[in-house]
Design a protein around this ligand. Structure first.
Ligand SMILES: O=C[C@H](O)[C@H](O)[C@H](O)COP(=O)(O)O
Length: 224
């Protein structure tokens, strides 16, 4: 296992300690969330932990079922107790960019439905200013229109070769350092055909950062 994987696993293992009997857990997507899924599967087997889960991607559903986690379709659910998910970047105010794996549309729905959302990352993810290209999901019908809207916002969109789980287009939009994430999110939310983006500005309640030596846990400094 690489140092990065050890750090991700540490964060995930610390986060799943918050999961208790009877909880309905929203499972995130990506390599860090995968450690949470396998850890929860182990707790179900070892401790007879009784939970149910819903997922944020087809890959997560497959992994959860393989880990022996009782799994529900999210479309039948209005809330979940706890969501555990990774991030690509997160700033000191718990504003994050997600969607490196293209799952941010479902991830934001599940995170918004969660009573509590925990973000699990390795030490490479915390940043002072969000700056990596921002993933967006786009209705194929609106491809050229949305690309024009992104350029009008001083972003440069690049279309990914593979579609989202919903069959829509995924694009990574380079805006450089994002000085005003809330303003950018408002502008993106107003573009017809742009179905979702990876700016998570208010969803995350707690952050677990794993590194080579241990795990740091932070609670959200203040609600926006
Ligand atoms: O679409 C994917 C998700 O937003 C992931 O949670 C995010 O990309 C982080 O992934 P990883 O834990 O693999 O770095």
């Amino acid at each position: 296992m690489t140092t990065g994987d050890i750090s991700k696993k540490r964060a995930a293992e610390a986060a799943i300690a918050e999961v208790t009997d009877g909880m309905l857990v929203g499972l995130g997507t990506g390599s860090t969330a995968a450690f949470a899924i396998s850890g929860l599967g182990r707790r179900i087997a070892d401790e007879r932990l009784t939970i149910t889960a819903a997922g944020t991607s087809l890959a997560t559903e497959t992994a959860a079922r393989a880990a022996g986690i009782p799994f529900l379709a999210f479309d039948d659910l209005a809330t979940v107790d706890l969501c555990i998910d990774g991030a690509d970047e997160i700033d000191p105010r718990f504003r994050a960019i997600k969607g490196g794996g293209g799952a941010m549309l479902r991830e934001k729905i599940v995170a918004s439905a969660a009573t509590r959302m925990i973000c699990i990352v390795d030490a490479s993810k915390p940043v002072e200013t969000l700056a990596r290209p921002l993933p967006i999901e786009v209705l194929p019908f609106a491809r050229a229109y949305v690309m024009g809207a992104i350029r009008a916002l001083d972003g440069e969109p690049v279309v990914r070769p593979a579609p989202s789980d919903q069959g829509n287009l995924l694009m990574d939009c380079d805006f450089g350092p994002i000085a005003d994430p809330a303003g950018l999110a408002r502008a993106l939310d107003a573009v017809p055909g742009l179905l979702g983006h990876g700016l998570f500005l208010s969803e995350i309640d707690a952050l677990y950062i794993g590194d080579e030596t241990g795990v740091e846990r932070r609670e959200r400094p203040s609600k926006p």
